[in-house]
Design a protein around this ligand. Structure first.
Ligand code: ADP
Ligand code: MG
Length: 410
């Protein structure tokens, strides 16, 4: 079965082979097994339902949270000759799409969750053969997740109405709690969970307590000739740091949501085109930016969560060449984070508290940073990676739990 899939991978998508756990996920889907695939952004989750959809008889119904996302996917699918359509309020050709679906002429039908839950849609689905339900961005079903969408909760009755149709849930961001909740909410057994692909071996992780952030960042920037991103906690800090780093003669720009849109876009374009620029930015910067040769990512303060840290550092070294991720943190970061915890809605507090504790564990550990990260995402890493600060220069052992306790107890 996988041989056929690999042939289709080459002839339809033009890829020489599967990446990471794609093969494993595709095999489960083709065998009709309910699956939750947790793979990082850019790992190629879409392929794990698009490819089976071309091989199996019937239409794959894809649930996706954003119309813009659906239209991107649609264009990409059509570009390789997959028969696909979206069924959203923004589409004027809905009647045509429904005809194609009924005639069995669609491999993929993209829908929004609110549509998927309606009676009319349920009737429509019973009028043609289905091969798969793919639930993209599946963390939206969980209140533990960072992007809960109540509409996702309405999917379960639809899935259960077509209980024989296999289901594949996909997400990039899922701590253990969210993951268990997704399985539960979507009726997937725990052994249907596949997690992998989070390791970025070419990124060297380093995490240092702050003494003088500006000097520490300036030293780092001076040692790194290639393009880099410095994440600063506030808009004001962004501009101040950019101004300071620029004095050394390095090309530096700033990026945050408070800048004039034209200036922001100009700075981003300059960074993408540059071979040595430093972008000092808030976390508003980075989403959807395609720059494979970013050589370092620095954090001038604690990121929001391990997920955020992974996402932000993951912008370094996409070309596979050596890259660095350096985080500078202070006890006051934890004080602020604790304060923010108090402002979170009550039902989310336990989750947020756990996320903060995990972050404390990462910054305080004397163990391999990569091992901590990968274990957080549910992978089983080797004990030491040989490419993080703690592996390269083992620190004098401190009792991390005691220190973390100090920062976490209110
Ligand atoms: P995700 O949804 O996991 O963030 P996508 O499905 O959008 O990722 O895929 C990211 C990119 O990887 C796309 O450009 C896709 O074409 C590419 N890709 C997916 N699978 C493979 C593969 N096996 N080999 C090479 N490129 C791949
Ligand atoms: Mg995706």
């Amino acid at each position: 079965m996988l041989d056929t899939a690999r042939d289709a991978l080459r002839t339809i998508f033009g890829f020489p082979d599967f990446r990471g756990v794609q093969a494993q996920v595709v095999a489960r889907v083709l065998a009709g097994e309910r699956t939750l695939a947790v793979m990082p952004t850019g790992a190629g989750k879409s392929l794990t339902y698009q490819l089976p959809a071309t091989l199996m008889e019937g239409t794959c119904v894809v649930v996706s949270p954003l119309i813009a996302l659906m239209h991107d996917q649609l264009r990409a699918a059509e570009a390789v000759g997959i028969r696909a359509a979206t069924l959203t309020s923004a589409d004027s050709n809905r009647a045509d799409t429904i005809d194609r679906f009924r005639a069995g002429a669609l491999d993929l039908l993209y829908v929004a969750p609110e549509r998927a839950s309606g009676e009319g849609f349920r009737n429509l689905l019973s009028q043609a053969k289905l091969c798969l339900f793919a639930i993209d961005e599946a963390h939206c079903v969980s209140e533990w997740g960072h992007d809960f969408r109540p509409d996702y909760r309405l999917l379960r009755p639809l899935l259960d109405r077509f209980a024989d149709v296999p289901r594949l849930a996909l997400t990039a961001t899922a701590d253990a709690h969210t993951r268990a909740d997704i399985l539960d909410q979507l009726g997937i057994a725990p052994d249907g969970l596949i997690v992998a692909g989070f390791d970025r071996p070419n990124i060297r992780y380093a995490i240092t307590p702050r003494d003088n952030t500006t000097r520490q960042i300036a030293d780092l920037v001076a040692a790194q000739p290639g393009p880099g991103i410095v994440y600063a906690p506030t808009r004001a800090a962004t501009e101040k740091l950019a101004e300071m780093l620029g004095r050394g003669g390095r090309a530096v720009r700033a990026y945050h949501a408070g800048l004039d849109p034209a200036i922001r876009a100009g700075n981003q374009a300059a960074f993408v085109a540059s071979e040595d620029m430093v972008m000092v930015a808030t976390v508003a910067f980075g989403m959807g930016i395609d720059k494979p040769d970013v050589r370092f990512v620095a954090h001038a303060g604690l990121p929001k969560s391990i997920e955020a840290y992974y996402q932000e550092t993951g912008r370094a070294g996409r070309d596979g060449d050596p890259a660095e991720a350096h985080l500078f943190w202070g006890a006051d970061d934890f004080a602020r984070a604790r304060q923010r915890l108090g402002e979170v809605e009550p039902h989310r507090q336990a989750g947020e508290r756990q996320r903060l504790a995990a972050l404390a564990g990462l910054v305080e550990t004397a163990e391999c940073r990569r091992a901590i990260l990968l274990r957080y995402f549910g992978e089983t890493p080797p004990e030491a990676c040989g490419n993080c600060d703690n592996c390269l220069a083992p620190p004098a052992t401190v009792d991390a739990s005691v220190v973390a306790q100090k920062y976490l107890s209110a």
